[in-house]
Design a protein around this ligand. Structure first.
Ligand SMILES: [Zn+2]
Length: 329
């Protein structure tokens, strides 16, 4: 069973928010495309696992860990009664070959070596044997989820590689393993080593950013503001001001991820589309507050829009999305 949900990585949220509010450089566009493809691959992996079944396993998805001096990121960490299994998920497509000299795509050497990466991660987990006082074996596999991935590997080299054609079979076999008391205990102990995504992202000059609000449906910044909702002049979509404001808060948090968020900065960011009093009220609802009254800074309570709204009892009679619609009693 999955022990946590898989959410978009911080870096992907950053580039997506940036893409909504400015023209990306070629390098940024490339980065965004790679991150999107990677995340799609991970979602695909999850859905194949759902079909194959995973009720006998304990699985953490996309976790960052710090074990002594080592920082590691694991796409899927599978815990059974006496083993830890690392799955490194790759959404590569095209023709690859792999031998002693490393990985090549159409005869061009590539710098990333997914097998070495997965093996290093697996080895770092071995330190947990003495830190947790648990005995377990560790395995690692690189999972190529894309059916368009072709690999030519010298015999024996593909031992730790699972291709899409055998993925379901691999997962079904995993699910024949067993997670008993030791596995549950380890899954709790391992949590102690989890850390927040430590990725350092680029700093963005605010002059590059388009300020104000945009349509959730088509991205147009041309909106007609009414008292409680806005109407998109381009596509006619309607959205409540509250939900639009929360999206703005999220964009700010993703793009300026290392700057304290204040109500006046948000006011500027959204071109003062709401009254300062309304902004503060909404920030109190959707953010955690820190600092004193002269320098209050805010941090959004959750980085998933739907969860952030639902957890904070957002409803509106102007809402078109059924999940948030206020029902008349
Ligand atoms: Zn629109």
């Amino acid at each position: 069973m999955f022990l946590n949900s898989r959410t978009k990585p911080k870096e992907l949220k950053f580039y997506e928010a940036l893409n909504r509010r400015c023209r990306l450089s070629q390098e940024e566009e490339r980065k965004l495309a790679v991150l999107r493809k990677g995340y799609e691959g991970e979602r695909e992996y999850d859905s194949v696992f759902d079909e194959a079944g995973h009720e006998n396993l304990l699985i953490y998805r996309d976790v960052w860990m710090k074990i002594e001096d080592a920082t590691l990121q694991i796409d899927a960490l599978i815990i059974t009664e006496n083993s830890l299994i690392v799955n490194e998920i790759k959404n590569y497509s095209g023709f690859y070959s792999f031998d002693n000299d490393g990985w090549m795509i159409r005869d061009v050497q590539i710098s990333a070596d997914p097998l070495a990466q997965a093996s290093r991660t697996g080895n770092k987990l071995l330190k947990l044997r003495y830190l947790l006082q648990q005995n377990f074996s560790r395995q690692f596999k690189v999972i190529f989820v894309n059916p368009e991935f072709n690999l030519e590997a010298a015999p024996g080299y593909d031992r730790n590689i699972i291709k899409r054609s055998t993925l379901r079979h691999y997962m079904k076999n995993l699910n024949k393993m067993y997670a008993g008391p030791q596995a549950y205990e380890m899954s709790e102990q391992i949590k102690e080593f989890f850390i927040d995504d430590p990725m350092i992202l680029p700093e963005i000059d605010i002059n590059r950013i388009r300020l104000g609000n945009y349509c959730f449906n088509c991205g147009s910044f041309s909106l007609e503001m009414r008292k409680f909702y806005a109407v998109c002049r381009a596509c006619g979509s309607k959205e409540t001001l509250e939900k639009m404001f929360v999206r703005g808060l999220m964009d700010y948090s993703f793009i300026f991820w290392n700057e304290p968020m204040t109500s006046s900065k948000i006011g500027t960011f959204l071109m003062d589309s709401l009254k300062p009093r309304t902004i503060r009220r909404m920030m109190n609802t959707y953010c955690h507050k820190s600092g004193d009254s002269r320098s209050t800074s805010y941090k959004i309570k959750n980085t998933e829009l739907e969860k952030l709204l639902l957890d904070n009892n957002y409803t509106s009679k102007y809402e078109t999305d059924i999940r948030f619609k206020k029902v008349k009693l």
